[in-house]
Design a protein around this ligand. Structure first.
Ligand code: NIG
Ligand code: FE
Length: 424
């Protein structure tokens, strides 16, 4: 039979079976096929197997070879819609200030809110597009993207509409999350209850009626939103059919992760301060626990949380970037995965399942993304090394050779032009 093209790999990581969350031992099975191949027709995978198996079934004029081929990555927690820079905070942190001190003094999230509100939609769109380009170049082709730097009805709607526009303009697949409860905006200082009402009674109905979000998020933390406020927003969103994913246990152990999980959250994220007793309960639920090691690294926290225990106890775990201006200015999911291996005792295989199958499951997309299987969209990350263990080991360096989305090359590494050695 004819295929549009066939890709060959020294190592093909199928990450199959996809379809549902992986726990414990199952997180180390990346579906390795040595000398593998994948045939593609009409943007879809038509066959996966060893090169000799595929060559028996399919032929094509276009045949390409790579070192490692795996499913393109899924980044399940990003904040790509913002303007301005927080380079001053980066210097303040170098001088010893903490993230929450900066937030309490009107910096942090609120400074990005001020800069973003001042920025026109075209400029904001260009900024976001170049971030998506960088994500793609590091191997990510499906992201979750949050609003949360608007914090007024009009601004939150503007940012969510912008995400909708990005979906039309960019090959990146985007799942949108409404994060109106990211911080209490300056104009609601001292009137936090009114702001929570604005989120529940005005923002959510407008967003739902325009179909602008797939999820709702709340920053559940001391100095941000309390457990009660978080529960109120989760409940309000449920009435509009929006499931939740929650920022929880980032700096304090409030119990927001377990509470939101019991309320049906698809994910709880950050989790640096997650307690062992909560881990045991979370192991009995299907909520994906997303660790964001780039954020701990960026904030110089020097502790990456109990991810190892969570995996060992059977909690479904994922890794994401948390890309944003203040707590992780890096679009590279492989960097976060390398930190997980180097600092958090993830096996490379567990880091890979955390950024493919489990990340997709946290977005309710495990049936379509995160693994290479017959009938699925041809979304591949091709890596410039012959053994997948060499990939994350090569820390902080982009090893992506190419990214395919729906059977089309959407990123290809550019080549360095070396001088030709001459004899004279
Ligand atoms: O996930 N923790 C809250 N929100 C973001 C940071 C946003 C910012 O600092 O601008 C986070 O780390
Ligand atoms: Fe975040």
């Amino acid at each position: 039979m004819k295929a549009d093209f066939i890709l060959y790999a020294n190592q093909l990581l199928t990450c199959s079976p996809g379809g549902s969350i992986r726990r414990g031992q199952a997180m180390s099975d990346v579906g390795l096929i040595e000398g593998g191949a994948v045939a593609v027709a009409d943007g879809k995978v038509v066959a996966v197997g060893t090169a000799s198996e595929i060559d028996l079934q399919y032929s094509s004029e276009i045949k390409l070879s790579y070192g490692v081929i795996m499913p393109s990555l899924v980044d399940a927690h990003t904040h790509p819609v913002f303007a301005g820079s927080r380079v001053d905070e980066y210097i303040m942190k170098a001088n010893g200030a903490t993230y929450m001190e900066i937030l309490e003094n009107g910096g942090g999230i609120l400074s990005t809110v001020r800069a973003t509100r001042r920025t026109g939609t075209d400029e904001l769109l260009e900024l976001a597009l170049s971030r998506l380009d960088r994500m793609l170049s590091h191997g990510t082709s499906l992201i979750e993207a949050k609003s949360g730097y608007g914090l007024s009805v009009d601004e939150e709607l503007r940012h969510l509409r912008l995400l909708k526009r990005l979906k039309e303009l960019h090959p990146m697949e985007i799942i949108s999350t409404f994060l109106g409860a990211h911080a209490v905006p300056e104009e609601y200082k001292g009137k936090r209850e009114d702001y929570v009402s604005l989120v529940c009674d005005e923002m959510l109905p407008r967003i739902a009626s325009e179909n602008l979000a797939d999820f709702v998020d709340v920053f559940c933390e001391e100095g941000a939103f309390s457990l009660d406020e978080t529960a109120r927003i989760i409940e309000a969103a449920k009435k509009f059919g929006l499931p939740s994913r929650i920022h929880a246990e980032q700096f304090n152990s409030l119990g927001g992760a377990l509470m939101s999980a019991k309320m049906g959250a698809f994910s709880c994220d950050h989790l640096l301060m997650l307690s062992l007793s909560d881990i045991e309960e979370l192991a009995r639920l299907d909520t994906v626990c997303i660790f964001l090691p780039g954020s701990e690294f960026f904030l110089n926290i020097r502790d990456y949380g109990p991810a190892r225990s969570a995996i060992d106890k059977g909690v479904p775990v994922a890794i994401a970037t948390d890309f944003n201006a203040g707590s992780c200015l890096s679009e590279s999911l492989p960097v976060a995965m390398s930190i997980a291996v180097l600092q958090m005792q993830f096996l490379p295989e567990e880091a890979i399942i955390s950024a493919t199958v489990n990340a997709a499951a946290s977005l309710g997309r495990a049936d379509v993304a995160g693994s290479i299987e017959k009938g699925r969209s041809a979304d591949f990350l091709c890596i410039d090394c012959d053994d997948y263990r060499q990939w994350l080991y090569h820390f902080g360096v982009n090893m992506t050779a190419a990214v395919f989305k729906k059977g089309t090359v959407v990123y290809e590494a550019s080549k360095v032009r070396r001088f030709i050695a001459s004899d004279n």
